[in-house]
Ligand binder design. Structure first.
Ligand SMILES: Nc1ncnc2c1ncn2[C@@H]1O[C@H](COP(=O)(O)OP(=O)(O)OP(=O)(O)O)[C@@H](O)[C@H]1O
Length: 216
């Protein structure tokens, strides 16, 4: 990852799901080395906001900008800059743990060999389960498979993680915190949701409470 400054900007975002308007006039800017913790009660719109930030959802109003350019204009160029890990881990039951790592990484534009996937799985404590079909894994193990992508050599600058700590045991939480802190120390950026505070270190560690909608 280079040392150039990058920015993710939410500009006047408004979001509706179904008939319900979740938020409006939402603004923030995140730069290299910074992390933003999205907080709020169940149903306040944290996952919906993450989906807007990664381009999976479209805002009712406003826009998401990457280095000043609306992400709709950047398309795949923007997608190559990020990893999005949704709340419901997108794990394919019929694929083995290592095949899931290869597929999810390749789909996000980062080539990943079997050996690289195996190394990533070892680093999240799943070396012994690499050949098992995902359907045979526990919830916490499935979560680890989803997060193994973060242990691959090269991470894109922006991580968008929805409840990354859910279902993980304490050692796995600590491993993930180390990975995220390493990413931030190298100039990466992170937007995440969690209902439990975690020991993350960033040049600037902001909180955005969707219940309050206080601008950061
Ligand atoms: N596909 C959908 N269609 C209609 N409404 C939806 C859809 N997905 C989510 N919603 C609604 O949007 C609101 C916000 O949901 P969202 O998942 O963004 O909340 P959240 O803050 O991430 O919640 P949690 O803390 O429980 O994960 C909820 O009221 C939910 O019912």
């Amino acid at each position: 990852m280079g040392v150039q400054t990058m920015s993710l900007q939410a500009h006047q975002l408004a979001c509706a799901r179904g008939e319900r308007q979740l938020f409006s006039d939402l603004n923030f800017e995140l730069q290299s080395g910074e992390a933003l913790w999205l907080k709020g009660r169940n149903g306040s719109g944290k996952s919906s906001l993450l989906r807007l930030l990664c381009g999976l959802g479209r805002p009712l109003l406003g826009e998401v900008r990457w280095n000043g350019t609306p992400i709709q204009r950047l398309r795949e160029d923007y997608h190559r800059q990020l990893i999005y890990c949704g709340h419901a881990s997108a794990i394919k039951d019929d694929l083995s743990a290592w095949e899931n790592v290869v597929v999810s990484s390749t789909l996000s534009g980062v080539a990943c060999s079997r050996d690289q996937a195996l190394v990533a799985l070892v680093s999240v404590g799943l070396g012994g389960s690499a050949e098992l079909p995902a359907r045979a894994l526990s919830q916490g193990q499935r979560r680890r498979v989803a997060l193994a992508r973060l242990a691959l050599d090269r991470l894109p600058p922006l991580l968008l993680l929805d409840e990354p700590f859910v279902a993980l045991d304490q050692p796995a939480v600590q491993t993930l915190c180390r990975t995220l802190n390493w990413h931030l120390a190298g100039g990466g950026m992170l937007v995440y949701t969690t209902h439990q505070a975690q020991a993350l270190e960033a040049r600037r560690l902001g909180q955005f409470d969707l219940d309050q909608l206080a601008p950061w």
